[in-house]
Design a protein around this ligand. Structure first.
Ligand SMILES: CC(C)(COP(=O)(O)OP(=O)(O)OC[C@H]1O[C@@H](n2cnc3c(N)ncnc32)[C@H](O)[C@@H]1OP(=O)(O)O)[C@@H](O)C(=O)NCCC(=O)NCCS
Length: 200
């Protein structure tokens, strides 16, 4: 069982449980084809977004591996919903997880996705005591690759045509970071770390 302390505040953002009140703003970006281009779903209808918000997608703790903790990301100053992020629990014994993120095009180009994803890494390593966190992206998703590069995640693998995705073969790039790499980075940056807390 992984139970995070929420909400999480960063310099400019709040990461919190998704609620039904997110519907309009979330639908506005999840319904856009360009936003969903490299996501494992098609542009969503309003009903599909509402269904997600009302169901286990909006869970607040992880009780089984392969569940994802989806968090809404709001702008601290305005309360506007900017996007959402996810931390999947992938393996209990190996303490591994995986991150993902999707942001509204209207929030692009400010470093919000990088800031939110960094908070997810912190949550995974420091609160949930994960050992390794990965991200898997379509090799054509250059903006996402830049986010992972800014986070300091290592580009570990390129899997050629491993996925039949949206009617064509796609290549997957795997990025990863280990707990001790996170600790070294945050120590070098002067951040506090608390690796003992919340061990599963
Ligand atoms: C992937 C995605 C989140 C990236 O969004 P983004 O706006 O490029 O990323 P950020 O919010 O971190 O912003 C970074 C950009 O803002 C700029 N920036 C401006 N102010 C900044 C700041 N204070 N801090 C950091 N970056 C800043 C950076 O230079 C960078 O621009 P660049 O990539 O052209 O160099 C977005 O394209 C998206 O949601 N895509 C659709 C969903 C998707 O594909 N998700 C990934 C699936 S794996």
């Amino acid at each position: 069982m992984l139970r995070p302390e929420l909400p999480i505040a960063t310099e400019r953002l709040i990461l919190r449980t998704a609620t039904a009140a997110d519907l309009d703003e979330m639908y506005a970006y999840k319904s856009r084809p360009e936003v969903c281009r490299y996501l494992p779903y098609e542009p969503m209808s309003r009903d599909q977004v509402a269904e997600r918000l009302a169901g286990p997608w909006a869970r607040t703790e992880l009780t089984e591996v392969n569940q994802g903790l989806n968090l809404s990301v709001e702008d601290k100053a305005s309360g506007r919903l900017l996007g959402d992020v996810v931390l999947f629990w992938r393996d209990a014994e190996s303490r591994s997880g995986e991150i993902g993120y999707v942001f509204s095009p209207s929030a692009a180009g400010h470093g919000y996705a990088t800031e939110a994803a960094r908070a997810l890494l912190r949550l995974g390593f420091e609160q949930l005591s994960l050992h390794r966190i990965t991200a898997r992206i379509d090799a054509r998703n250059a903006a996402s690759a830049r986010v992972l590069g800014r986070l300091g995640m290592r580009r570990e693998a390129l899997h050629l045509e491993d996925l039949w995705f949206k009617n064509e073969w796609s290549d997957t790039v795997v990025y990863a970071m280990l707990e001790h790499e996170w600790r070294s980075r945050t120590t070098a940056l002067g951040d506090s770390v608390n690796l003992g807390a919340g061990r599963p």
